[in-house]
Each structure stands twice: as structure tokens, then as C-alpha cells.
Design a protein around this ligand. Structure first.
Ligand code: GDP
Ligand code: IMO
Ligand code: MG
Length: 433
């Protein structure tokens, strides 16, 4: 079987965790290929009639499926304290985490990068990005400027010390002289990083090789993105983005699987839009409808608890995601949240200074000025959470999904009607048919 990529089509929190979990029993490996503990995936599982909620940040969502091997790929940035906190938390709830593999080439979030993320944001003031404060940006910056620390460095104390010393020689100047913060000691950092070495050792692997062999043996590999298309550092609303490639291309560089192995790209599209942090958001609502979506959809960040900004669905963004990711299948999530609205507006284009744009404006300033052009579709009132076939949905809900499909340019293969594992309508197999 081939490799399958799963990405977010909007600004994150589309329900990627639930979709990955859903596929979990049909796939052998789930690989997280970008980001770190800035991600927050909520997964709801029914066990013996009781709903159990899991919030994952760093671990791939496949960790909850006993038959699946979860992999932290080379493109991820790993906060070791969070890794073991999450592992311990899951083990305490009876989840077996012993299959987890961590790439030897993944980068490690050093304590000084957490500090730098926070002080930089404070320094930027009104120009801040609204980051999660987890040290993600500074760690990827270190990777690109070639003074990062990789998982494999932890197993050679001499090399590790040299790298930490080199990084701190510069960063302490910045911390002390620009931000007026206390310098970070080399031993302090060494102590924190080395404290995890023995627990980490058995998990570390050449994950690219493991995955290549698995594919050769006919195993199915799911490559799961953190964040989403418009938060991608190259294709998103730069600079209001995260610092990694969250789009389908990033799945290859972040896992070591070649593009020729990837056969399907599944994108998760929420039936409306949300965004956390700063940055442009053309369909954002500041009225009672926005509040309705936030309340009904429980739109509060899994990672930082911040209220998410809410708005109507944007099919210009959806179409852009189809193009950038080469989407073969969409999963439309949270359709149930739209129940009870008289009319449901769908953004079909933008108007920028009197000019209509059917595609994403290439110029960021234009995107900041984009005014949504809406088409109003009929709403529905019936509870759809019990629907399990497309035909069971009210006619207006079906029409909404079909219109989205037409506008975004790829088939909608599944529709989410609730947070639970079984609250989904399948139209086509996500693994190929
Ligand atoms: P992710 O970051 O893309 O994995 O998404 P999050 O977990 O941050 O946010 C999605 C939220 O929506 C979670 O709380 C899910 O339990 C929930 N969810 C996912 N699909 C559906 C759906 O179809 N309907 C409803 N009501 N909730 C959903
Ligand atoms: P999941 O995987 C939503 C946003 C932050 C901020 C910007 C940069 O749950 O969809 P960072 O800490 O990455 O440097 O912050 O990106 N952001 C997310 N927004 N969902 C996420 O992940 C996000 N991860 C980062 O709010 O605007
Ligand atoms: Mg999330």
C-alpha cells in the first residue's frame, strides 16, 4: 500500500486528530512530520458506553490505536519534557505507548528557545504573531541557521556540550543585552536534556528507513500534518504562520518518504472557519453569528485555551488548499455545528479594492484587504448527529456539502456530524477505492 498524507485545509483545528484516529485501525504507521507541541488534537473515544476525551500535542494521533506504530518524523521539533509528560499521561490511562519511534534527526526544543519565543512576542507588542509560546519558531530558526540540536546529539555528551555552548554564546547576548533577561547556563541546559537520554534511547530510530521498508512490505503509512495550509511557512499568510511546512510537500521532507510513494492526499476542512493568533482572516465574524459558532463548536484552543476567531467557510481558501496540496479527498468536519441557522453564507470569492479575485491573492497586502463575496445557502434545523449516510442528511445540508465540493474542486469523501469516533458519514473510502 502507498503512503497517504493528511493535512489541514484552513488555519488549523479542523479535526485532523479525529480523522487520523478514524483511519488508525486501517493504517500500520502514523507519522507526525512537522511542528511540535504547538499542535492540539482532541480525540473523543467511546469506551464501554463512556465518552473519553484525549488531548494530544506532540504525539501522533495514531498512538491511540493499538495496531498502529506512531512515528515522530525528522521534520518535527521535540520538547522532551512534553514528550514524556504526554507518554506518562497516556500510560496512566491505560494506553500502550511502547511502539513509539522518534527520528534521530528530529530537532529538540532547548529551554532557551522557549524563553526566546515568549520574550520575542512581548518585544513585538502589537506586531506579535500570537504564537503558542512553545519555542517552535526559534527552534526551526536554529535548524535553518545550522545551530540546532538534534535527537542524535543527545547521545554524544561532548558534541552536545559544544553545540549548547555555541548556541548560548550568541543567545545569551540577545537575552541579556536586548531583552534584559538573565543568561541561561550551559549546565542548566545540559542537565535538562541529558535527564531524558536513557528513556529516549530505545525509541530512537532511522525512521525514514523504517518507513521505506514498511512501504516495501505493503504496509500503509499515514503522514499526519500539524497546523494547516494557511499556517505553512511558505504557502500560508506569512508572517502570521508557524515555522514549518504543514502542506503535503512537507510530508516528504519531514518524514524522509519520497514524493513518488505518496498516492493520496486527504485534507480536513471545517464546515466554517477558525483561526487562533494574529493574521488576516477575510470571513471573520465579530457579531452574534461568530459567537454562535464559537459556543456551538466549542472553539477554544486545545493548546493555549484561547478563544478561536470564527467565521464562515471560505472556498477560496479551500480551492487554494486543493491546489497547493494536490488534494484527492476532503473530509468536511463539524457540519453539525451549522444546524439551526436560517441561511449559511459561503465565501466564493474576494473583492479587493473593487476587483474580484476568484483565487488567493498572491500579494499579502491584498489578502489583508480582501472582502468576502458570499453566496447564501439555505440552513437546516434537524439534528444531524445521528445521520450515518449522506442521504439521511436534510436536503439543505446535502446541498451545502455538494456546493462546497463544487467550489473547492475535489470530492468530499466524508462528513463529520459530531466529535465522536462514529459520528461520521462516509461517502468514499479514504484509503482508495
Ligand atoms: P486538529 O488540531 O485539527 O486535530 O483539531 P482540534 O482537535 O484542535 O479541534 C477540532 C475539535 O472538533 C475537537 O474538539 C474535535 O473533538 C471536534 N470535532 C472533530 N470533528 C467534529 C465534528 O464533525 N463535529 C463536532 N461537533 N466536533 C468535531
Ligand atoms: P493544530 O495542529 C491552530 C498558530 C498560533 C500562531 C501561529 C504561530 O492543532 O491545528 P507557533 O507557536 O506555531 O510559532 O505559532 O500558528 N498555530 C496554530 N493554530 N492550530 C494549530 O495546530 C496551531 N499551531 C500553531 O496560534 O498564530
Ligand atoms: Mg488543534
Amino acid at each position: 500500500m502507498p503512503a497517504i498524507v493528511l493535512v489541514g485545509a484552513q488555519w488549523g483545528d479542523e479535526g485532523k486528530g479525529k480523522a487520523t484516529d478514524l483511519l488508525g485501525s486501517d493504517v500500520d504507521f502514523v507519522v507526525k512530520f512537522n511542528g511540535g507541541n504547538n499542535a492540539g488534537h482532541t480525540i473523543v473515544i467511546e469506551k464501554d458506553g463512556v465518552r473519553e476525551k484525549y488531548a494530544l500535542h506532540l504525539l501522533p494521533s495514531g498512538i491511540l490505536t493499538p495496531t498502529c506504530t506512531p512515528v515522530i518524523g525528522n521534520g518535527v521539533v521535540v520538547d522532551l519534557a512534553v514528550l514524556f509528560e504526554e507518554i506518562d499521561g497516556l500510560e496512566a490511562r491505560g494506553v500502550d505507548t511502547s511502539r513509539l519511534l522518534v527520528s534521530a534527526s528530529a530537532h529538540v526544543i532547548a529551554p532557551y528557545n522557549r524563553v526566546l519565543d515568549k520574550v520575542t512576542e512581548r518585544f513585538l507588542g502589537s506586531r506579535k504573531i500570537g504564537t503558542t509560546g512553545r519555542g517552535i519558531g526559534p527552534t526551526y530558526a536554529d535548524k535553518m541557521s545550522r545551530n540546532g540540536i538534534r535527537v542524535q546529539d543527545l547521545f554524544d555528551e561532548k558534541i552536545l556540550r559544544q553545540k549548547v555552548e555555541a548556541a548560548l554564546a550568541f543567545k545569551n547576548q540577545v537575552l541579556a543585552k536586548i531583552y534584559n533577561r538573565r543568561a541561561v547556563g550551559v549546565d542548566e541546559v545540559m542537565g535538562e536534556l541529558l535527564g531524558y537520554v536513557e528513556r529516549l534511547r530505545p525509541m530512537v530510530a532511522d525512521t525514514s528507513l523504517v518507513l521505506e521498508r514498511a512501504l516495501d512490505e505493503g504496509k500503509t503509512v499515514l503522514l499526519e500534518a500539524g497546523q494547516a495550509t494557511l499556517l505553512d511557512v511558505d504557502h500560508g499568510t506569512y508572517p502570521f504562520v508557524t515555522s514549518s511546512n504543514a502542506t503535503a510537500g512537507g510530508a516528504c521532507t519531514g518524514s524522509g518518504i519520497p514524493p513518488t510513494r505518496v498516492d493520496r492526499v486527504i485534507a480536513i476542512l471545517k464546515a466554517y472557519s477558525t483561526r487562533v493568533g494574529e493574521g488576516p482572516f477575510p470571513t471573520e465574524l465579530f457579531d452574534a453569528n461568530g459567537e454562535f459558532l464559537r459556543k456551538t463548536g466549542a472553539e477554544y484552543g486545545t493548546t493555549t485555551g484561547r478563544p478561536r476567531r470564527c467565521g464562515w467557510v471560505d472556498t477560496v481558501v479551500g480551492r487554494y488548499s486543493t491546489r497547493i496540496n494536490g488534494v484527492t479527498d476532503f473530509v468536511v468536519t463539524k457540519l453539525d455545528v451549522l444546524t439551526g441557522l436560517e441561511k449559511v453564507p459561503v465565501c466564493v470569492a474576494y473583492e479587493v479594492d473593487g476587483v474580484r479575485h476568484d483565487e488567493m491573492p498572491v500579494n499579502q497586502t491584498d489578502f489583508h484587504h480582501a472582502k468576502p463575496v458570499y453566496e447564501e445557502l439555505d440552513g437546516w434545523w434537524e439534528d444531524i448527529s445521528k445521520c450515518r449516510t449522506f442521504e439521511e442528511l436534510p436536503a439543505a445540508a446535502q446541498a451545502y456539502v455538494l456546493r462546497l465540493e463544487e467550489l473547492i474542486g475535489a470530492r468530499v469523501s466524508a462528513v463529520g456530524v459530531g466529535p465522536g469516533r462514529d459520528e461520521i458519514i462516509s461517502r468514499h473510502s479514504l484509503l482508495g477505492d
